[in-house]
Design a protein around this ligand. Sequence first.
Ligand code: GRG
Length: 296
Amino acid sequence: MEDDFHKALRQTAELMETELAHFLPTNEGLEKQLYKAMRYGVLSGGKRLRAFLVIQSADLFSVPRIHSTRVAAALELVHSYSLIHDDLPCMDDDDLRRGIPTVHKHYDEATAVLAGDALQSLAFDILSHADTHPSPEVRIALVAKLAHAIGVKGMVGGQTMDMYADAVDIDIITITRLQQLKTGALISFACIAGAILGHAPPAKTQALKAYAHDLGLAFQIADDILDIEGTTEQLGKAAGKDEAAGKATFVSLMGLEEAKIHASMLAEQAVKHLDIFGPKADLLRQAAAFTIERKK
Ligand code: GRG
């Protein structure tokens, strides 16, 4: 039987399909190819875990769902952009994503670059719109936080470190920082966005920050473990690719068993940060367990 967490995650995914389909443009003009590629890259499944984190964090502060859903959608657009660009031949050069050909394989490289760019800009368009929150201060805070999370001191910075990491001896401290930027920054934004939308007091914002920090790392370690243990079918992409490419990962640095222990420890630690919220944060607690137990 489906437990509360899986039910809530499934409902978030269903909600996102509708919400994202509504935001994504359709057009029959010369730019038709771009619009199709954007829809293809976004409406292709995905766990929608980041959307789930936005909505659940915002629920802690009783934020109306009409607001948190828009922020969740904006974040999924940015996440999709990062995946489309990450799959390009000049980056990870992947042929499959979510079990289907990557955007540049299905369309072409130039269209994939433009689709990613346009998705990023659409996300900021949504965040800055008055429907996202009546307070301009809240909207600016969301825009600023997301800009920071995906820039040089966030996702793009982490991706850059990743590109050059192969060439040097990398240690646990460096890979932790790399992954905090590359994957962790978006996960942190997801949780902090809830706090921003809900005008959270500093102690609760801090608790969500700490939760997201540990969750993001646990998520990435689980991803490295899946890359080794998962099948291509489960992952929807080539399994063992990072290992075959000689990439430094938590698993390559720590060994498989130690990496599993570390991921469990981080997930437990993440849950502890939620004490301040009491039972209201149960779904976020279950998200931490899901993060390390997931099969894709
Ligand atoms: C190229 C600008 C640029 C950034 C790339 C975050 C990132 C930086 C690339 C994503 C590629 C990747 C595999 C990162 C590791 C994090 C990760 C496992 C992403 C996939 O997230 P899931 O599992 O994906 O939540 P779904 O498909 O469920 O949405």
